[in-house]
Design a protein around this ligand. Structure first.
Ligand code: ATP
Length: 296
């Protein structure tokens, strides 16, 4: 992987990791990489455009930012005919996929990982026409993610999500979401509190939301909590910290390759923490569709 493009969101997270970029470039050049170009994103969707337009010119794109920036780079790569490899340099409030892959945050370790170039093929989820690397969701979690202001997340980190989550939770007790789920030609109507479609086990900073998820098995893990199970929701939430929630009878846990979710209400969809359009949405998975650099 000789030709490297670094796409960096200067505003992501606490804007600390970004200070390492000059050092990273220096280390990669010292390691023999002749072309290491850095571009800073200027606005929403800029990272996607940069990844798409330059996909053929690079062997590797390093996304520096949070899950939103990584999602944009993944969309740019997946929409391109030539697909460079991806590396995630976690610099955001939440970096689920990077944390799951145990990507080092220290610049020396990170550059070592890039120079070693150990690749893994991972699945990429698709919700409608948009790709997601880690998670698609609607209901409680995305409402929380979108309600928390960027400033609050920067100051409080992940805890901002949890605090808002508790506030939102009481509101949602009275507002279930009606959905139709189609899997393998079978349709079921449900009133749910939320659903999560996970590629990796780690979602929203919780490490074990989808404990059975594997990022290269060609399957998406679908978790649904039905409204009828409201009385159990508190217990489910408490168990999330250890992953024990997945075995709770009130939570439906399915592994699927394709399914559709409809709703009569205008329900926002969240893909990797970003607004991803509205339901209805057909979900598919591109099995091992992306090469990603991981530690040895
Ligand atoms: N220069 C920029 N100014 C403003 N927003 C940007 C800029 N570059 C990228 N973005 C947008 O910032 C959003 C958040 O990015 P990302 O998830 O990487 O960071 P984060 O710090 O984890 O998230 P958040 O800002 O939501 O806390 C993305 O939607 C991205 O498109």
């Amino acid at each position: 992987m000789e030709r490297i493009q670094i796409i960096c969101n200067p505003n992501a997270g606490r804007q600390i990791v970004q200070k390492n970029i000059p050092k990273l470039v220096e280390l990669l050049k010292k390691g023999g990489r002749k072309q290491v170009d850095v571009v800073y994103t200027m606005e929403h969707l800029h990272a996607k455009k940069l990844a798409f337009e330059n996909a053929g010119k690079y062997d590797l794109i390093i996304a520096v930012g949070g899950d939103g920036t990584v999602n944009e780079v993944v969309n740019g790569i997946m929409e391109s005919d030539i697909k460079p490899a991806l590396a995630i340099y976690p610099a955001g409030t939440v970096n689920d996929f990077g944390s799951y892959l145990k990507v080092p945050r220290h610049v020396d370790e990170f550059s070592k990982m890039i120079l070693q170039g150990n690749l893994m093929k991972v699945d990429v989820g698709k919700g409608g026409e948009r790709y997601f690397l880690n998670v698609a969701a609607a209901g409680l979690l995305p409402e929380v993610a979108h309600k928390v202001s960027s400033e609050a997340k920067t100051v409080m980190g992940k805890f901002a999500y949890y605090i808002e989550g508790i506030k939102e939770f009481s509101k949602l007790m009275f507002r279930p979401v009606k959905i139709k789920v189609q899997t393998n030609g079978h349709e079921e109507e449900k009133e749910i509190l939320f659903f999560i479609i996970a590629n990796s086990p780690s979602v929203g900073g919780f490490k074990y939301i989808a404990p059975q998820a594997k990022v290269d098995d060609g399957q998406l893990d679908l978790l649904i909590v039905e409204h009828s199970q409201l009385k159990d929701v508190a217990t489910i939430f408490l168990k999330i910290f250890t992953g024990a929630h997945a075995k709770h009878p009130a939570l439906k846990y399915l592994q699927v390759q394709e399914f559709t979710i409809h709703s009569d209400d205008a329900i926002d969809l969240d893909l990797d923490g970003e607004f991803g359009g509205r339901l209805p949405t057909n979900f598919t998975v591109v099995k091992q569709g992306l090469n990603i650099v991981i530690p040895k």
